[in-house]
Design a protein around this ligand. Structure first.
Ligand code: GCO
Length: 264
């Protein structure tokens, strides 16, 4: 009974921004649990094709679709093509996101709006067009990828924090409106993970690198594969009565005030 709860065989999963990083790590976990992965990216068709090959090399069924998650017309076309060619989207993971690290007083308004557009508005756009079929089928799972910045501020990431804080509340409101249709909407809040997005603040000697290791009770940066279990849980029958919950996978950061750097 227990393993069946987490079995995603026969399910179709769309993971936005799944050609690399945390999106790919979560998608691989979902694929290894049996799901067919719809790979999305917006940079180049080649990057999507290469990513699909990576999934297939791990025995995962994957198909690629290039579309810009902030462009409602492209989202409508892509969702329609996916649902007619692959099948209804059972599970949506809104993972695509960007970050711009600039002090707020120096940030261009256009840059602020771009971060909000990608990180907050696009999960709304994609969910709005995927949920229609979920409502008709009276089943579905939506997982919004939040952040430590859904709960905490940090110097230079104000736009990102505003977006991810908003995404936490959007997750709770989606759950409020759609749970009655047997659609579970939840979030995953990754802590600090070793990805291309965090590479600039992980370089040896960068003060933030040491700070995070000290600030994290697990005393390390997360490995993207550490997110697979949370994704499988929130995508599977095991979470059928979980709604509006943000599951933090952060090595304990949010559990603690932290400690002096000279304390073990
Ligand atoms: C930063 C990091 C964070 C992490 C993650 C934390 O500059 O603070 O990029 O934003 O990537 O979002 O949950």
């Amino acid at each position: 009974m227990s393993t069946e709860l987490f079995n995603l065989t026969g399910k179709t999963v769309l993971v936005t921004g799944s050609t690399h990083g945390l999106g790919m790590a979560m998608a691989k976990g979902l694929g290894k649990a049996g799901a067919t992965i719809v790979v999305n990216g917006n940079s180049s068709q080649q990057k999507i094709d290469d990513a699909v090959k990576l999934y297939e090399r791990e025995g995962i069924k994957a198909v690629g679709y290039k579309f810009n998650v902030t462009d409602e017309r492209q989202v409508i076309d892509a969702v329609s093509k996916i649902q007619s060619k692959v099948g209804p989207i059972d599970i949506l993971v809104n993972n695509a996101g960007i970050i711009k690290r600039t002090p707020l007083e120096k940030m261009e308004v256009a840059d602020f709006k771009e971060v909000i557009d990608v990180d907050l508005v696009s999960p709304f756009i994609v969910s709005k067009h995927v949920v229609k079929t979920m409502m008709a089928r009276k089943q579905g799972k939506i997982i919004n990828i939040c952040s430590m910045m859904s709960e905490l501020g940090r110097n230079t990431v104000g736009a990102y924090a505003a977006a991810k804080g908003g995404l936490k509340m959007l997750t709770q409101n989606m759950a409020t409106e759609w749970a009655k249709h047997n659609i579970q909407v939840n979030g995953i809040g990754p802590g600090y993970f070793a990805t291309s997005q965090t590479a600039p603040i992980r370089v040896d000697g960068h003060p933030f690198n040491e700070f995070i290791v000290n600030r994290t009770p697990a005393a390390k940066w997360g490995d993207p594969d550490d997110l697979a279990g949370a994704a499988i849980f929130l995508a599977s029958r095991a979470s059928d009565f979980v709604n509006g919950h943000i599951l933090y996978v952060d090595g304990g950061i949010l559990a603690t005030i932290g400690k002096p750097s000279n304390e073990n």
